[in-house]
Design a protein around this ligand. Structure first.
Ligand SMILES: [Zn+2]
Length: 211
């Protein structure tokens, strides 16, 4: 197991800037973390600070119980679900939470992500929509942990998106693809609805990609 703590902090800061610039979260909404692979220590974005202007030294190091090991600021109030995911998914080393407007908007209307593109058919085969729980609570963490098994992402009703990955790039890609697909579905819905990839073609794709 090897990781560069300073580089992971830089990656977190870059990731938040990208998400903020792309309009996937506001300066005060959203958070991200990375687990230092093979340990029980997590680097997480701080609470309350403006996310588009974070610096590596603002990042907080916590354990899986939310205790601060290192850092000046308080960890994100959502550390519960970050920690709950790491405890449940040994394959996950990065968690990103955004308030992606298109993805969240479709879920508000009860619309699930559908196989409209290759990415949505393969990467996002099934993205559960979880019922509302108050942000920052252990109850939300427990609900996410129960439902994240076997998925790259879940959508929190009336709230936003949680994406996971082996590393930050993988989680970031999932957030981006989700929003892209949600936007396509929204555009298609305006003109009468989306044509979906036929199910036999999806089976073929899964065979090709060995899914
Ligand atoms: Zn949130």
């Amino acid at each position: 197991m090897s990781f560069d703590e300073a580089e992971l902090k830089e990656q977190l800061v870059r990731c938040m800037k990208v998400l903020h610039m792309r309009g996937l979260m506001t300066g005060i909404g959203g958070n991200a973390s990375v687990r230092m692979e093979g340990t029980t220590e997590v680097l997480i974005t701080p609470a309350a600070l403006y996310k588009g202007e974070l610096k590596p030294e603002d990042i907080v190091k916590i354990d899986l119980e939310g205790n601060v090991i290192e850092g000046v600021f308080k960890p994100s109030i959502e550390w519960h679900f970050h920690s709950a995911i790491y405890k449940r998914r040994i394959d996950v080393n990065a968690v990103i939470h955004t308030h992606s407007p298109m993805t969240t908007g479709l879920a508000l209307a009860g619309r699930k992500i559908e196989p409209v593109t290759l990415e949505s058919a393969v990467m996002l085969a099934d993205v559960p929509i979880l019922e509302f729980r108050y942000p920052g609570t252990k109850e939300l963490g427990d609900l996410v942990a129960e439902n994240i098994l076997g998925h790259r992402a879940v959508i929190l009703q009336n709230h936003g998106v949680i994406a996971v990955g082996y590393d930050l790039i993988e989680a970031l890609t999932t957030v981006e693809v989700l929003e892209e697909v949600a936007t396509m579905m929204f555009v298609a819905s305006h003109f009468g609805g989306a044509k979906l990839i036929p199910s036999d073609q999806i089976e073929l794709i899964k065979k090709l990609y060995k899914i």
